[in-house]
Design a protein around this ligand. Structure first.
Ligand SMILES: *Cc1c(COP(=O)(O)O)cnc(C)c1O
Length: 375
């Protein structure tokens, strides 16, 4: 699915130099590399504040804590997402309210959000899934109409640009009150371990976030808030700073793979290629197809036999997971989401893919799909 070894080999001199400089300086936690990376990332994102932390799940948790949400507050979230989005809501004793996603972009359905708002609703969590921003402009309007916070889970779409109708542009993750991301190795901007960050343009919120991520202290040993211990270490920051300079090139490489996949698969009956929204660029964290009338698991098995990996993101929607069923969203309550979990399949997608690999994958995929169709 990914090829981090080849990518490292290509960037090796610069990555190794960055690692060596951290080792020589020996400030493994809170080293100067962390601040440099935060500043460079803030510049890239066009946002006032970047606060790094230990992983993307922590980033979400810190965001909810910083906004002062309280037990019982309702948070509207898609169910078609990675579990981390919902996990932190549950951990903080907030109440996840699951809503549908659009059947073409697979991101949160704004009309469904509107219908889910109650007097207890405090926040909405759009997830920029697979590498493309959710439909933010109407969502922001709705949120401001009801005084709700917008927390963008941007773990999968760092670098994607949102296009507003008035011509203004903004990076996904910098549009709502706070945005979060993950630097997990396989993410578009991945480190060599765990890492995450929060984005905000709000000075007060940024200060609170920084305190919470550091044991609730601004001054050492003075704890004004209950916080957590969540840091990006200096080695990861140094590696990320090298890779940040490549991020747009990474996106271009991924897009080129997606374009090649699209050309090969656009007119295959029963296969729906990814829809590219007019309001967002797509950085193709995943290349996710939707199959119709074709046994998805059989396709996956046949691909596997030929050495072609594929993945299902995600096979069980969060609202139907055992840990989240008690929130009361029964089977059948989110038909679009449930149908997606049975019909999506993601093909290998990374920055190092060669034309021969793409051809091998698409030719075999097409023949598998057409043989299964004739059954
Ligand atoms: C990866 C991911 C996360 C969590 O990030 P970690 O760094 O693994 O904690 C959260 N949300 C989404 C949508 C993700 O893809």
């Amino acid at each position: 699915m990914v090829d981090l070894a080849t990518q490292y080999a290509r960037l090796k001199p610069r990555i190794d130099e960055a690692i060596q400089s951290v080792l020589a300086g020996a400030q493994f936690v809170k080293g100067p590399q962390v601040k440099v990376f935060e500043e460079n990332l803030a510049n890239y994102m066009g946002v006032k504040h970047v606060i790094s932390c230990a992983n993307g799940t922590d980033a979400l948790q810190i965001a909810f804590m910083a906004l002062g949400l309280e037990p019982g507050d309702e948070v509207i979230t898609p169910s078609h997402t990675y579990v981390a989005t919902v996990e932190v809501i549950a951990l903080l004793r907030l109440k996840p309210v699951f809503v549908e996603v659009y059947p073409d972009t697979y991101t949160i359905d704004v009309d469904a959000v509107r219908r889910a708002i109650t007097s207890k609703t405090k926040a909405i969590v759009p997830v920029h899934l697979y590498g493309q921003c959710a439909y933010m402009e109407p969502l922001l309007k709705l949120a401001s109409e009801y005084g709700l916070y917008v927390i963008e889970d941007n773990a999968q779409a760092i670098g994607a640009t949102y296009q507003f109708t008035d011509g203004r542009q903004a990076k996904g993750g910098t549009i709502g009150h706070v945005g979060t991301t993950s630097f997990f190795p396989s993410k578009n901007l991945g480190c060599y371990g765990d890492g995450g960050a929060l984005f905000t343009n709000d000075d007060t919120l940024a200060k609170t976030i920084r305190m919470i991520a550091n044991h609730g202290q601004e001054v050492t040993y003075v704890h004004d808030l209950v916080g957590v211990n969540s840091r990006l270490d200096s080695l990861q920051a140094a590696i990320l700073d090298v890779k940040l300079k490549e991020l747009d090139d990474f996106a271009a490489r991924r897009r080129a793979v997606a374009d090649a996949y699209d050309r090969a698969l656009a007119n295959i009956p029963g296969v729906h290629i990814p829809h590219r929204a007019s309001y967002s660029t797509h950085v193709f964290h995943q290349y996710t197809l939707r199959l119709e009338g074709i046994d998805r698991d059989a396709v996956k098995n046949e691909l596997q036999k030929l050495g072609i990996p594929s993945m299902i993101y995600y096979p069980i929607p969060v609202h139907l997971q055992k840990a989240y069923r008690h929130y009361g969203f029964a089977e059948g309550s989110l038909p679009v989401t449930e149908k997606l979990s049975k019909s999506v399949i993601s093909l290998p997608m990374h920055t190092e893919m060669q034309p021969e690999q793409i051809t091998y994958i698409t030719e075999n995929f097409i023949s598998i799909v057409s043989s299964l169709q004739n059954l």
